[in-house]
Ligand binder design. Structure first.
Ligand SMILES: *Cc1c(COP(=O)(O)O)cnc(C)c1O
Length: 224
């Protein structure tokens, strides 16, 4: 694809996001995070050139390498993957704009300790395993509100901004929709929460219609 063809291609993705968000309301603004985990720095730069600023990675090592290699560009990096305790320091070295996948109280306590020792804070989303799938990380929907509050009270260096979910892994649209609705219902109950991150390349329109205001788009943004 030439640069112009790529821009037209991305315009169409943006139009799809627009159409979905306008079904919710004129005032429902949706942010696109381009998930670059299958993409090279050249491909990230091509997307940057046509206006994209927020990028997400799901492995700390990959995030570190790409963020370092591209540090001359004003990119906003999101970490969207599972964080192992022994990688917390590596993640904090990069100072990501948003860590989207805090998935337990235990990890919150570890993160809090490391943040205190560095005298820094971090914007974070609580990941919810809304379809209760064994293969997925995240807190169970019924305990999400309690854990969220507990982190707010006990981890002052963690700035909770909202929630993140991966849609149910199935072709059944109703089940996927239900998983998004579960997360959005929790989101609405949380004090001060502003980000509801749901929706990937295959289900972002449905996620937006269910109230998502942040979509994490990988394959579709990089035309893979
Ligand atoms: C890979 C990934 C995405 C993007 O997936 P696509 O289907 O390529 O859009 C979004 N969120 C998370 C947590 C991911 O790991």
């Amino acid at each position: 694809m030439t640069e112009i063809e790529y821009k037209l291609y991305i315009d169409n993705v943006i139009r799809r996001v627009e159409t979905a968000r306008l079904k919710v309301s004129n005032h429902h603004i949706v942010k696109i995070v381009a998930v670059s985990k299958y993409s090279t720095c050249q491909e990230i730069e091509a997307l940057y050139k046509i206006g994209q600023r927020a990028f997400g990675e799901n492995k700390v090592q990959d995030l570190k390498e790409k963020a370092n290699e591209m540090n001359d560009l004003p990119l906003e990096w999101h970490f969207i993957g599972n964080l192992q305790k022994n990688k917390i320091n590596n993640l904090l070295d990069i100072r990501p704009a948003l860590f989207q996948a805090l998935d337990s109280l235990e990890l919150a306590y570890e993160l809090q300790k490391k943040l205190v020792s560095r005298e820094m804070s971090l914007d974070v989303l609580l990941q919810i395993n809304s379809a209760k799938e064994e293969s997925k990380h995240g807190v169970m929907p019924e305990s999400a509100c309690g854990i969220y509050k507990q982190i707010q009270e006990e981890c002052p260096n963690i700035n909770l901004k909202g929630v993140m979910s991966i849609g149910a892994h199935t072709d059944n649209k109703e089940i996927i929709q239900k998983s998004f609705e579960t997360t959005h219902t929790i989101f609405k109950q949380l004090e001060g929460a502003t980000i509801c991150s749901m929706g990937m390349s295959g289900d972002f329109e449905l996620a937006i219609e269910c109230g998502s205001n942040m979509v994490r788009l990988g394959s579709i943004m990089f035309n893979k």
